[in-house]
Design a binder for this molecule. Structure first.
Ligand code: FAD
Length: 528
């Protein structure tokens, strides 16, 4: 053992073991973990030895005051200590990536759906999770008795609030009748628990009605991320076109400065942050001037669509070459083999969608343009291993009215409410501008966006998003994406065995809820 008994006693609190080469860190502040890891690049010592020699036994390091001392009630003292510690350890590091070595959990509550999308528009280093429109009713009221939608000072127009209230009234009025009607249509099955049946039927009702919620609807989300990703997120949010997002940027910065100050210090500072914010704003306004106005699509509503705009005709050869490459000593452009045989070798025994296809599939790229309702966009936007951007949410592309609502006799109420909101939107668009007018647009309205994805992500997205329990709207999009790829690359698509092109489950959550029951039973048995 590398450590004396005395040293081991000091260290054991901080590591999951002291004598093996793989170990986890615990009971250490984020800043210390980040600083410790960053030392790997500048020392030949082991990590545990660094903690001992350079931090614990070094009075000047500030470690004792950070990790050893009882927590202080004074936030500013804690911040200063963290800053000083980090400065002392990292003086001389020129590498921005050290800010990826510490992370934080941050909650953002009462953010509009639009601001939540802006926060979730991060691909590397941030993992978000948001309140679900499938499992949570959105007609609860706040302490002031009002429905929960964004009412910032920039949205003072009384018509906005009238339209949003009307949408929530309709949603609220339909939730119970829709749930009851669905329960009559899908009675409890033999052996199905009350819990599973009620959850599945409620989820279907909420899925049907989510299109009524305006984009200003407030939601809650949690973000876990590393310091570098948060730094960029704050800068981006500070440059966002919505004042709400800019206020969230300031709040995020203030709160993260209490836990990982050194990592987000540059996000809004005068040297890097502010100039970056201003540059992003200038870039947006220059591009707004250059971009053609929204094309003549007013009234031109053609329903949802998924178009494949670009693909590589040579993709199959590239995928095959890339698959052989790591096993070969030939250059990439000298690889050649029968594609069928290589693809068979890759996929021969793939037994479930979680078994990822190899990186070679990243050599085939596709650009899709999708027109679909904003609720479905919201779902698919969460995929990060691709490039995507949306256009402003408006009402010109029309809306989707879930066909099943007609069967329940609720289509008229739904359509009346969204059309009324569309009238308010058109007026707000003139008076307040397209960005702010988005808040009143119900999620049923369509938006146009592009997704550029490689084949590996196409496999992941299409297999995950076509599972029969998924929402029918995003299932349809994922199926269409897959069909477009199949048309141009039938052999490459043929191995995505877990894409489900069927009609989906009528009561989408039923099988999943029954599986949850089985898991609860198994857990109870084990704990008994
Ligand atoms: C049935 C269902 C219910 C859902 N319910 C909710 C909900 O209630 N609330 C909610 O907010 N979201 C919900 N989601 C969205 C979900 O949380 C994911 O954001 C979304 O499915 C994207 O999936 P992904 O992360 O696998 O894909 P991608 O982002 O496309 O990533 C592809 C793969 O790359 C890897 N990867 C990407 N980023 C990271 C990372 N930072 N760390 C580690 N690995 C990474 C993972 O292996 C991932 O599968 C739901 C999704 C489904 C399918």
């Amino acid at each position: 053992m590398e450590f004396s008994a005395e040293e081991a006693a000091l260290l054991s609190r901080y590591f999951t073991n002291l004598d093996r080469p793989v170990f986890a860190l615990r009971n250490l502040p984020e800043v210390v973990k980040g600083a410790l890891f960053s030392r790997y690049s500048r020392t030949e010592k082991s990590l545990r030895r660094v903690l001992l020699d350079e931090f614990i036994s070094e009075p000047d390091s500030g470690f004792d005051r950070l990790a050893g001392a009882p927590p202080t009630d004074d936030d500013m003292v804690a911040v200063r200590r963290a800053e000083e510690f980090y400065e002392r350890v990292l003086v001389g590091y020129g590498d921005d990536s050290v800010a990826e070595l510490a992370g934080a959990h941050v909650a953002v509550e009462q953010a509009s759906t639009l601001a939540a999308k802006a926060l979730e528009d991060s691909r590397i280093g941030v993992s978000p999770l948001e309140k679900s429109t499938r499992y949570v009713r959105f007609d609860r009221r706040g302490a002031d008795g009002r429905y929960l939608y964004y009412r910032g000072p920039e949205l003072g127009d009384p018509d906005y609030q009238r339209a949003a209230d009307a949408l929530f009234e309709t949603y609220s009025g339909l939730v119970e009748p829709a749930t009851e009607a669905i329960r009559r249509r899908f009675p409890q099955e033999d052996g199905e628990t009350d819990r599973a049946w009620k959850s599945a039927t409620r989820a279907k009702a909420l899925d049907l009605l989510r299109g009524l919620l305006p984009a200003g609807t407030l939601t809650n989300l949690g973000l876990f991320g590393n310091g570098r990703a948060f730094e960029y997120l704050i800068t981006k949010m500070a440059a966002h076109e919505l004042p709400e997002s800019r206020r969230i940027a300031a709040d995020l910065h203030a709160e993260l400065s209490l836990v990982i100050p050194s990592f987000v210090r540059r996000a809004l500072d005068d040297r890097y942050g502010q100039p970056a914010v201003e540059r992003l704003e200038r870039m947006r306004s220059r591009l707004q001037e250059l971009a053609p106005a929204l094309p003549g699509e007013r009234g031109g509503t053609h329903g949802p669509s998924v178009r494949l705009l670009e693909h590589d005709p040579d993709a199959e050869r590239k995928v095959v070459a890339a698959a052989l490459y790591p096993q070969s000593s030939l250059p990439l452009d000298a690889q050649a083999a029968d594609p069928q045989v290589v693809l068979d070798a890759i996929f021969a025994d793939r037994t479930n969608r979680r078994q990822r296809p190899p990186r070679a599939l990243e050599h085939a790229d596709y650009t899709f343009e999708i027109v679909a309702n904003f609720a479905a966009y919201r779902d698919l936007h969460r995929h990060r291993m691709l490039t995507q951007e949306r256009q402003p949410l408006g009402t010109a592309l029309g809306y989707d009215s879930p066909p099943y609502l007609a069967e329940l006799g609720m289509r008229d109420a739904f359509e009346r409410a969204v059309e009324e909101a569309a009238r308010t939107h058109r007026r707000l668009e003139q008076d307040a501008g397209a960005a702010l007018a988005q808040y009143v647009v119900p999620l049923a309205f369509r938006v146009r966006w592009y997704m550029r994805a490689n084949l590996r992500e196409v496999y992941h997205l299409c297999e995950l998003r076509t599972t029969p329990q998924g929402h029918p709207d995003y299932r349809w999009i994922a199926q269409q994406m897959f069909l477009r790829v199949q048309e141009v690359h039938p052999r490459l698509a043929a191995y995505a065995r877990f894409v489900d092109l069927g009609p989906g489950d009528e009561l989408e959550r039923r099988r999943s809820e029954q599986k949850i029951d089985a898991k609860i039973d198994a857990l109870n048995q084990r704990l008994r």
